[in-house]
Ligand binder design. Structure first.
Ligand code: MN
Length: 235
């Protein structure tokens, strides 16, 4: 297939954002996300929160899906009480993006979860999160860097076979793995840094922020999978 695949990217929904002369409610995503999709050979489409019942219709029009970074997942989603260090919930995003993930899994649409997106993927499959860990967020508003080591034989390792330095900004992490997920990369402290579903589909979550770096390999692997996925009828 020669057409570039259409990759949807979920967005933030903010009560207030500033640009130019404006300070307005905004559906937004850092430009690094669409730029990385485009650099990897895909077309980028932004997916602001909508009613969860629309998720399957949106996914049916996509070749691939990226669930972007953002606020902490509301702990009730994985059956936990909120830790005082867990941030305020983004309930519209939680509901929308969980529905997008479920729709992509059901349709076999290639799916990449980034940071919060990886955590939501884990929660969607019944996993839980560690609500606070140290060492992966250096300063508020500043991306850090650490290395991640691939697990040999995984889909992630086939895209990035050796240890790599990655941009990082997170204070939560995967705790109990969701059903069917396997770890595909670790940080040196043992934190699970990537998860995937083995099998025919293409489902990967990374705990770091590829959109903040120059390495296109993870996104290129999503775009490649999206090119190969068969066209599907609209539901
Ligand atoms: Mn990390």
């Amino acid at each position: 297939m020669s057409h570039p695949p259409l990759i949807g990217v979920s967005t933030y929904l903010e009560a207030s954002a500033k640009w130019g002369v404006w300070d307005l409610p905004a559906a937004l995503v850092p430009a690094g996300y669409p730029r990385l999709v485009q650099a990897a050979g895909g077309l980028a489409a932004m997916l602001p929160p909508d009613g969860p019942e629309q998720a399957a219709r949106v996914v049916a029009r996509l070749d691939g899906l990226v669930i972007a970074g953002g606020p902490d997942v509301e702990p009730v989603r994985y059956g936990a009480e909120p830790d005082p260090r867990t941030g305020p919930p983004a309930r519209e995003r939680d509901a929308w993006e969980l529905a997008l993930i479920e729709a992509a899994l059901a349709a076999g649409t290639p799916l990449l979860g980034i940071c919060r997106g990886m955590q939501l993927l884990n929660v969607a499959l019944g996993g839980t999160l560690t609500q606070h860990l140290a060492g992966h967020l250096a300063d508020v508003g500043v991306f850090g860097q650490h290395t991640v080591k691939p697990v040999p034989g995984t889909r992630y390792a086939s895209a990035v076979p050796t240890e790599a330095a990655v941009p990082t900004y997170h204070h939560q992490a995967v705790d109990r793995l969701g059903a069917g997920l396997v770890p595909s990369a670790y940080a040196s402290d043992g934190t699970v840094e990537a998860v995937e579903l083995p099998g025919d589909g293409w489902v990967l979550g990374v705990q770091w922020h590829p959109e903040m770096g120059e390495d296109t390999r993870v996104m290129a692997a999503l775009v490649h999978a999206a090119k190969s996925s068969p066209p599907r009828p609209f539901p």
